[in-house]
Structure formats: structure tokens, C-alpha cells
Design a protein around this ligand. Structure first.
Ligand code: SF4
Length: 326
């Protein structure tokens, strides 16, 4: 590991200022991904700013909805009664992530900032446009079983690995950030970005900004399910995941919100499927039609072609379980 400076910040302002003084530094909270990246030489921040003492651990309901601080611990948010009872989709997604040990260390902000698990990104002997822009993409012609079927580019076909973020995208969350120019809010669906010509950029944070929390609007979805399909029952990233949230009255779907994980460089909202479902009855037939709409435009890269068949099945399954039809 390369030497780095370590300091602790006692306020958000101090953390932002500490990064401004050393732009090649970075923030550390749980460190569950960052330390791996540093050990492997994928990243080498010259200054680590420990933000664990910042007052950003709250999980509380306000008039704007559920407010979760960026330093709230994943396992604690998942087990929080408020979250379990009023935002069950989020609780399920948290519980599906990583392993118990990792969930006990990982923070909400860190979860959002985690890097892709593309194996070429972690192998510094291989080309990777995300790690080293312009070097090429090892996965395009390589082993790409875990990779994207939506929104990829000829520069990068990686996927975002989080479960929590898929649920937050479906729940229409907003990210709050603070930086040298003050505070601002970013729609969760605009926080992560597609690779395009700049796969080295994972999100839309501006230079020097820090995530302070997320706000989820009051939940009116009464049918929820987070389905994660993976190679092992625990400690495995999603081949495909589906966050399904419906507001159903009688048999009629009043509101639908769907997002997928393991399929794109960001949580992938299924907007056409959502539009189709509103006003329809909750039946397997309608779920199948919605899934067919959702999969339009998907593209496989060889080893991951199985996702093209798996995705619509997963969407239908998640909706069936959410509505109790299964
Ligand atoms: Fe790198 Fe993206 Fe290609 Fe993976 S898919 S090797 S992260 S450029």
C-alpha cells in the first residue's frame, strides 16, 4: 500500500475544507470497499479524511419523508423499526447486500460510492477505461457474465453493485450533498451515471462534495418486494435484482415503481413498464406484458446473454411476490 496522510474531520465543513486542501485525497467511513481498492493499487488517495465522527447517523421521519444520514450503518437501517414497517422495500434491499460483517461496517453514503466489481477494474495488469481512461475495456471481449445489458457504451459495460441503491431509485429518493459551493440536492436517479465516454465517472458529485444523507418521500406503496438473484445465498453481488413497489387498491394498480440492479452502470428504472401497469389489474398476464416492455433495448455481450432471459422472469416474479399472487 502507498503511504497516505490520515486525519479526522469533526464537522461537515471541516471535511469539505480538508479535501479542498488536498484534492487527491478522499473520505473514508466504513472503508469496506476503499481499503480493498487501496490494497490492490486500484486507487491511491494521498490523504484519507475520516468522517466517522460527523453527525450524520440519523434515521428519522420528517415532514419531507424518511431522512437517513450518510453515516447510518447498513445493518442498523435495515433493522430499524421505522424502516421495516414504513419502507419495507429498503429494509429488504439492505438485508440482501453483502454479508453480515460488511453490513455492520458499511454506511449509506459509502454504499452509494462503492465501485463496480468488474474483475478487470480490480486487476491492474488488465486494460480498464474506468481505472485508467483510454486503456481499453477488458470485459468487452473478455469474461462478462456479470456485466450490463442496459445503458452500456463501447468504453465500459460495468454494472453498479449496490442493492440499497436499487431500492432508493425505486422509492424516488433524493441525495443531499455539501461542498465548497454549499449544499444541494440530487435526485437519486440522477446521482449515478451511465458510462458514455467517461466511465471513470461513476456519479454526478462535483469536485469536493460530500454526501450528507438521503431523503425518501413518504411511502404510499403497499405492495413491495426486493428480489435478488445471485450465485450464492449470501455475500454475492446480484446477477439481476428487482425492486418492485406498487400502490394497489382493490385489484387496481394506482402507482408503480420498478428498478433493476445488476443490469446497468446505475440502478435502472423501468419507466415504460411502470407506465403500462398504472390503471391495470394486478395479474400475472399484465406483469408479463410490463416485463416485455421493460426488456426492450437490452443487449448482451456474450457471457451475460442469459440475463436477457432472466430479466423478464425476475420482474414478473418480484411483482407476483409483492402482490401475493405467487
Ligand atoms: Fe473497466 Fe468498465 Fe471495462 Fe470493466 S467494463 S474493464 S470497469 S471499462
Amino acid at each position: 500500500m502507498i503511504n497516505f496522510e490520515y486525519i479526522r474531520a469533526s464537522s461537515v465543513k471541516a471535511a469539505v475544507e480538508a479535501l479542498a486542501k488536498n484534492p487527491t485525497g478522499g473520505f473514508i467511513a466504513g472503508g469496506t470497499n476503499l481499503i480493498d481498492l487501496m490494497k490492490r493499487g486500484v486507487t491511491a488517495p494521498t490523504r484519507l479524511i475520516d468522517i466517522n465522527n460527523l453527525p450524520l447517523k440519523q434515521v428519522e421521519e420528517t415532514s419531507a419523508g424518511l431522512h437517513i444520514g450518510a453515516l447510518a450503518i447498513n445493518s442498523e437501517v435495515s433493522a430499524n423499526d421505522l424502516v421495516k414497517n414504513n419502507y419495507p422495500l429498503l429494509s429488504m434491499a439492505f438485508a440482501a447486500g453483502a454479508s453480515a460483517q460488511l453490513r455492520n461496517m458499511a454506511t449509506v453514503g459509502g454504499n452509494m460510492m462503492q465501485k463496480t466489481r468488474c474483475s478487470y477494474f480490480y486487476d491492474t495488469a488488465m486494460p480498464c477505461n474506468k481505472r485508467q481512461p483510454g486503456s481499453g475495456c477488458g470485459a468487452l471481449q473478455g469474461h462478462n457474465r456479470m456485466h450490463a445489458i442496459f445503458g452500456a457504451s463501447d468504453k465500459c459495460i460495468a454494472v453498479h453493485p449496490s442493492d440499497m441503491c436499487v431500492a432508493l431509485a425505486a422509492l424516488n429518493a433524493t441525495v443531499t450533498v455539501s461542498g465548497p459551493k454549499g449544499e444541494r440536492k440530487i435526485l437519486f436517479t440522477d446521482f449515478h451515471r451511465l458510462p458514455g465516454d467517461k466511465p471513470e465517472l461513476d456519479n454526478t458529485l462535483q469536485k469536493g462534495e460530500i454526501i450528507t444523507g438521503v431523503i425518501i418521500p413518504k411511502n404510499t406503496f403497499n405492495k413491495n418486494h426486493y428480489l435478488k438473484i445471485r450465485d450464492r445465498a449470501s455475500y454475492a453481488f446480484a446477477l439481476i435484482s428487482v425492486a418492485a413497489a406498487l400502490e394497489v387498491s382493490g385489484d387496481t394498480i394506482k402507482k408503480a415503481s420498478l428498478a433493476m440492479g445488476g443490469v446497468a452502470h446505475k440502478p435502472w428504472r423501468l419507466t415504460e413498464a411502470e407506465k403500462f401497469l398504472v390503471g391495470k389489474t394486478a395479474t400475472k398476464e399484465n406483469f408479463s406484458k410490463a416485463a416485455d416492455l421493460a426488456i426492450k433495448g437490452a443487449k448482451g455481450y456474450g457471457h451475460n446473454n442469459f440475463k436477457l432471459k432472466m430479466a423478464p422472469i425476475a420482474i414478473v416474479e418480484a411483482l407476483m411476490i409483492a402482490t401475493g399472487i405467487a
